[in-house]
Design a protein around this ligand. Sequence first.
Ligand SMILES: C[S@@+](CC[C@H](N)C(=O)[O-])C[C@H]1O[C@@H](n2cnc3c(N)ncnc32)[C@H](O)[C@@H]1O
Length: 274
Amino acid sequence: MHTNARTPHRFVLYSAAAQEVDADLDFVRRLYRRRHARAPQRLREDFCGTAKLACAWVADRADCQAWGVDLDPAPLTWGDRHYRQPLGSAAERVHLLQQDVLRARTPPADVLLALNFSYFVFQQRAALRAYLRRARAALAPGGVAVFDIFGGTGAVTATREQTMIRGARGPDGARLPAFRFTWEHAHYDAVTQRILCHMHFEIPGVRRYRKAFTYDWRLWTITELRELLSEAGFKTTEVYTHGFDKRGTSDGIYRRVKRFDNQIGWLAYVAAWR
Ligand SMILES: C[S@@+](CC[C@H](N)C(=O)[O-])C[C@H]1O[C@@H](n2cnc3c(N)ncnc32)[C@H](O)[C@@H]1O
């Protein structure tokens, strides 16, 4: 295995393995439109990383603006170069803030998204509630905050799940070869609900990226999240889960549910209306 300047950046592999920004944006736009019969315009993306989602929000809609907030300058700088600047004149409508989500001040948003479980970084109830209060305060009246969450019996067990990700084009047009993505639950603590996760990548025969990303999180449950959203002042919360195809994997179609039989693994969106 070797490394050279032409092997893809770990942010490119991360995005191909872990992000589905078009599906996320489609979900939230439909959610908002169903309630308000108009399209949302202002998006705040908390924990935005490279802000791929914030950039996609404005890409083909001249009336949309986005604010992305992240503490870490590395993904922000990379995302600015690879996602924001290529937007041309639309880049002016994406505002990247290197700040703590607990402190960032942005214009009232129609939609706030905090995806890829990033709020799991808050491990105490008081800390998560404080963040959710800030998220609510960042919304315009009638606005909605959407959080994703995962769970299932496999989530509370030390496991490694491998997926082969198909080759594609990277953000700069360069060819991204097929690669192996491993999502590892290295440890789950049944007392504290603390979970340690790693993302590993391998381009067969070219390069391994061991522990390309590591997350030290608390695995919150949907119930806990909804209770804290309510304590933070959100009026209503809704849960959306996907169905399963014949192979037992997600069908990518999210429907509102009141109850849901546990599975080995599942993903859900929790939507909270201001
Ligand atoms: C799992 S990544 C999520 C990236 C992107 N949102 C996505 O959907 O893939 C988590 C991000 O949260 C950022 N982060 C962690 N704590 C933060 C905080 N208190 N304020 C702002 N950003 C934070 C990290 O720097 C990291 O980029």
